[in-house]
Write a protein that binds this ligand. Structure first.
Ligand SMILES: [Zn+2]
Length: 454
């Protein structure tokens, strides 16, 4: 019996390093990876012309602001941008939407609000805030893939956690077989430094960098890892920006602590000088780091110290960035980047620094799917896995233009940047959702994913 689709004459890379030429797909699932160019009976056949094929990216860190703040992004434009960037599954954060995803009712509201909006598959984070440890059972039962907490203030309606709630959340995550993720920055020292700088009348871009130095990130990361070690609770540290943080996590792992670490494309693509040049569109927390830190972080990526690579896509209307042109404290913090995650890794990683493609696959697909309970359905090309794939022209050189962006608000720190390596086609469950600049499915094609309880 012929299969539905056969992608042939490609260069298919898995995280274990095997290279195949073709992919046979039926009913939206991988049937077989084909090592040579032999024929496979198929209803539809696509000749890839030697192009690179990777498992679709699983971006474990995006903010799409729906419900309640969908005028910032929303699931339709957010997932369209993700598809254009080769991302086939996103995990969406519990904050910067209203209400935040911190209890059963809000989770159900969110699931209802975003149904029929996405063009790729999606999973939801639950929130860990200062008063909801009792709600984590319900959130887990509702399928959330993790519990996200902030060790420093998050800005809007999402209360910071102190060590008591972090401790209790880690214990609960361990009991449930789930994971706590933290934004690790020291609330008190970043607060003090920021106040000192504002008292001095500093409103320039460098002041933002000076208010959140690497030591304030490292202290919080070490504290979270300490409590993960004490409790045995699984911990994921999001957007780690510094090599010292990666090394601390590595030391803890070696001692048996259940910790994983993420870094994000903007910490690998930009440095402090870029921030001073670009301004509000590149404001984020933790902030961009020095060139030496960026290169040290890259070395951690190359050395296998990084578990996941994500975008932390955090959009907003330009009106929330513009006041920062005059006074950097007044800009919303967050970078629109889900569409640029893979191009950054191909350009800065694979081409410039020799990042091996299987390692890229492990950090962008296999590991996030495993850590958050979606593997092997997502993040793998094993028989029976969802046929989520990205076809890439690895040598195409191009420049990101405003018109290329699918975001609701057409601004990004990456606009004008040169890339080498371009997404040509993205498939989700065997169906092409993006091809050559166009979205090919209707909103609603994307499905809600739940954390596997096994
Ligand atoms: Zn985030």
């Amino acid at each position: 019996m012929p299969v539905d689709l056969y992608l042939k004459n490609g260069r298919v890379i898995t995280e274990t390093g095997e290279v195949y030429r073709g992919v046979a797909i039926h009913d939206g699932e991988i049937v077989e990876l084909v090592a040579d160019n032999r024929g496979v009976a198929a209803r539809t056949e696509i000749d890839l012309g030697g192009k690179l094929v990777l498992p679709g990216l699983v971006d474990d860190h995006v903010h799409f602001n729906e419900p309640g703040r969908e005028h910032w992004e929303g699931y339709t434009t957010g997932t369209m941008a993700a598809a254009a960037g080769g991302v086939t599954t996103i995990m969406e954060m519990p904050l910067n939407a209203t209400p935040p995803t911190i209890n059963r009712q809000n989770l159900q509201n969110k699931q209802a609000a975003v149904r029929d909006k996405a063009v790729i598959d999606y999973a939801l984070w639950g929130g860990l805030v200062d008063n909801n440890v009792a709600d984590l059972d319900d959130l887990h039962a509702g399928g959330v893939i993790g519990f996200k907490g902030f060790m420093s203030a998050s800005g809007v309606d999402f209360a910071r956690i102190n060590d008591d709630v972090l401790y209790a959340g880690l214990c609960k995550a361990k009991a449930l077989g789930n994971v706590v993720a933290v934004h690790a920055e020291n609330e008190w020292v970043t607060g003090l430094l920021g106040q000192q700088l504002r008292d001095e009348g500093r409103i320039d871009r460098a002041a933002w960098l000076e208010s959140r130095p690497p030591a304030t990130e490292l202290e919080a990361l070490n504290r979270a890892i300490y409590w993960a070690g004490v409790t045995g609770g699984p911990l994921h540290v999001v957007h780690t920006t510094i090599a010292a943080g990666m090394q601390a996590a590595q030391t803890a792992k070696a001692a048996g602590v259940n910790v994983t670490v993420e870094t994000c494309s903007h910490y690998l693509a930009f440095d402090e000088a870029d921030f001073v040049r670009i301004g509000p569109a590149a404001k984020c927390a933790p902030p961009l780091r020095s060139r030496a830190e960026v290169e040290a972080l890259w070395q951690c990526v190359l050395d296998g110290l990084v578990d996941t690579l994500a975008s932390d896509h955090s959009p907003c209307p330009w009106a929330d960035k513009a006041p920062g042109l005059e006074n950097i404290w007044k800009a919303w913090g967050g970078i629109s980047g889900v569409q640029s995650l893979l191009p950054v890794l191909l350009t800065e990683g694979v081409h410039k620094r020799g990042l091996a493609l299987p390692d890229l696959v492990r950090m962008t697909a296999g590991n996030p799917a495993r850590i958050f309970g979606l593997y092997p359905r997502k993040g793998s090309l094993l028989p029976g896995a969802d046929a989520d794939l990205v076809v890439i022209d690895l040598d195409a050189e191009w420049e990101l233009a405003v018109e290329d962006l699918f975001y609701k608000h057409k601004h990004s720190a990456y606009v004008g940047r040169r890339f080498k390596g371009k997404v040509e086609r993205t498939l989700v469950r065997g169906k092409t959702v993006f091809e050559h600049g166009r979205i090919c499915v209707e909103p609603g094609y994307g499905q809600l994913l739940r954390r596997s309880t096994s």
